[in-house]
Write a protein that binds this ligand. Structure first.
Ligand code: GLU
Length: 435
C-alpha cells in the first residue's frame, strides 16, 4: 500500500455514537494504521439546528474508549485535534468561487445551486465494484441562510484534506454521484470509494437503529464491557480474517485488514456473540487487571465488598472471573458472598424440591463435616463423593442443594471453590439459616 493513504471519519454530531458509525470509524482507522497512513477526524457540524455539543462529546468519548486515536487537526493548534467544518467557512467560500468562475454555480431564490453535467457517473467502489449513477437535477450547495450544504463541504474537504479513500456507510452510496460530479467540476481526482454494508438488527431484515438493544457504544462502556472486546467484535461486522479465528489481538487485525476484503453482504448484529466475546476477554485478563477493574465496578455499585477483608474479596473475584459475561454483571453475580441476607430464588427451590429432598441432602452434608480435616476443593469433592456412595444419591442433588443454601440461586462459580472461599463456619451458618 502506498505511504500516502489518508482516510477520514466524518461524523455529524446529530445523534448518539452508534455501532454503525463506530464501525465506520474503526475500518478507517484500521486501514490507516495498516498502511502507515493518516486518520483524520472531521466533524461535519454545518447543520446548526441539529448539531449538539452533547453528541460531539459522546463521539469523542466513544472513539477514545475504543482506542481509535486520530491524527492531525491544525485548526485547534497541532496534531491530534479534529477538524471542525463550522470553522472552515473561508475555505468553502474560496471553493465556491472556483465553481462560479467555471460556470458551475449559480444563484436562484436566494440559494446557490450546483450545475450538474448530467453525464452518467462511474463510481469505482472497492467493495461494490463499478456502480453507474446519473444525477437528474441541479442541487443546492449553499442555503439561503448562507450555510453550505453537506455534499459540497464533504467533497471540498475531501479535496482540501487530500483524502485518498472514502470509507463510509452504504447509505451514502446514493450520494456519490453528486460527489463525483463535484470532484470533476473542481478538476480534482476522485478518491477510492468503499461503501461498507449495513448492520442489520439481530432479527428480521431491518437496519440496526439507535433504539435497538446494543446499538449505542456508550452503553457498552456503562455496562463495563472490555473496550478491546467490543472493538474486536466490531471488526467482524463485515470483515473476517479468513482463518476461522475470531478473537485476535488488534495488532494482528491491523496487519491483516484490507478494505478489499470487506464483505459486500450486510452484516448481522449478534448481541449474544458480543457478550460471549467479552466473556473471553474478561477470562483472559491477568488477575490483577481484572481485580483492579472489578473493584471499581463493585465500589460504584455500593456493595460492601470489603466486609470480610481484601483477601476474601480477592478469593471471591478469582473464582468468578471466568464465569461472568461482563464486569457490569459482577455486583449482582457476587452479591451473596458479601451479604448474608440474600434472597432465595423460590422457583429454583420448588424445582429442586421436585427432584430431591433438599433437607436430607444438606443434613447428610453437615453430618460429618466437622470430621473433615482439610477444607480445600479436593477434599470437599472427595467428601461429597463419599456421601453419594453411602446414600446412593447422585452428586447433583448435593451440589444443587448446597448451591441454593449458600447463594440462593442455581448458577455461580464452581461449588467446591465456593465452599472453600466461604469456609466451614460460614457454610454451616448458611445451611442452618436456609433450613
Ligand atoms: N457526515 C456524514 C455522516 O455522518 C459523513 C459522510 C461521509 O463519510 O462522507 O454520515
Amino acid at each position: 500500500m502506498s505511504e500516502d493513504v489518508r482516510v477520514r471519519f466524518a461524523p455529524s454530531p446529530t445523534g448518539f455514537f452508534h455501532i454503525g458509525s463506530a464501525r465506520t470509524a474503526l475500518f478507517n482507522w484500521l486501514y490507516a494504521r495498516h498502511g502507515g497512513g493518516i486518520f483524520v477526524l472531521r466533524i461535519e457540524d454545518t447543520d446548526r439546528e441539529r448539531d449538539s455539543d452533547e453528541f460531539l462529546q459522546v463521539i469523542f468519548k466513544g472513539l477514545r474508549w475504543l482506542g481509535l486515536d486520530w491524527d492531525e487537526g491544525p485548526e485547534i493548534g497541532g496534531p491530534c485535534g479534529p477538524y471542525f467544518q463550522s470553522k472552515r467557512s473561508d475555505i468553502y467560500r474560496e471553493y465556491l468561487e472556483i465553481l462560479r468562475k467555471n460556470g458551475r454555480a449559480y444563484d436562484k431564490e436566494g440559494a446557490v445551486f450546483f450545475k450538474i453535467s448530467g453525464e452518467p457517473q462511474l463510481i469505482r467502489d472497492a467493495i461494490h465494484g463499478d456502480v453507474v449513477r446519473r444525477e437528474e437535477k441541479d442541487f443546492v450547495i449553499f442555503r439561503s441562510n448562507g450555510s453550505p450544504v453537506f455534499h459540497f463541504v464533504n467533497v471540498v474537504d475531501d479535496i482540501a484534506m487530500k483524502i485518498t479513500h472514502v470509507i463510509r456507510g452504504e447509505d451514502h452510496l446514493s450520494n456519490t454521484s453528486k460527489h463525483s460530479e463535484l470532484f470533476h467540476a473542481f478538476g480534482a481526482p476522485e478518491p477510492v470509494f468503499a461503501h461498507i454494508p449495513l448492520i442489520l438488527k439481530s432479527q428480521g431484515s431491518g437496519k440496526m437503529s439507535k433504539r435497538d438493544s446494543g446499538a449505542l457504544i456508550e452503553d457498552y462502556a456503562k455496562r463495563h464491557f472490555i473496550a478491546d472486546a467490543v472493538r474486536n467484535y466490531l471488526c467482524l461486522l463485515g470483515w473476517s480474517p479468513k482463518n476461522d479465528r475470531e478473537i485476535l489481538p488488534i495488532d494482528e487485525i491491523i496487519s491483516l485488514f484490507d478494505i478489499k476484503n470487506v464483505n459486500k453482504n450486510n452484516a448481522r448484529f449478534d448481541e449474544k456473540k458480543m457478550s460471549y466475546m467479552n466473556m473471553e476477554y474478561v477470562r483472559a485478563l491477568p488477575f490483577e487487571d481484572f481485580y483492579a477493574h472489578a473493584i471499581e465496578v463493585l465500589k460504584d455499585s455500593g456493595l460492601n465488598f470489603l466486609a470480610r477483608g481484601e483477601t476474601y474479596a480477592r478469593d471471591v473475584l478469582r473464582i468468578c472471573q471466568e464465569k461472568v459475561c461482563s464486569l457490569g454483571e459482577l455486583p449482582q453475580f457476587v452479591s451473596y458472598f458479601f451479604e448474608a441476607n440474600f434472597e432465595c430464588d423460590q422457583k429454583d427451590v420448588e424445582k429442586l424440591k421436585k427432584k430431591c429432598d433438599i433437607g436430607t441432602r444438606l443434613g447428610e452434608f453437615v453430618g460429618q463435616l466437622s470430621a473433615l480435616s482439610s477444607f480445600d476443593e479436593e477434599s470437599l469433592e472427595e467428601y461429597i463423593r463419599s456421601l453419594c456412595e453411602k446414600s446412593g444419591g447422585p452428586s447433583g442433588e448435593y451440589i444443587h442443594s448446597l448451591r441454593l443454601a449458600l447463594s440462593g440461586r442455581s448458577v455461580g462459580p464452581s461449588l467446591y471453590a465456593m465452599l472453600r472461599v466461604f469456609g466451614r463456619e460460614e457454610v454451616l451458618r448458611r445451611i442452618e439459616r436456609f433450613l
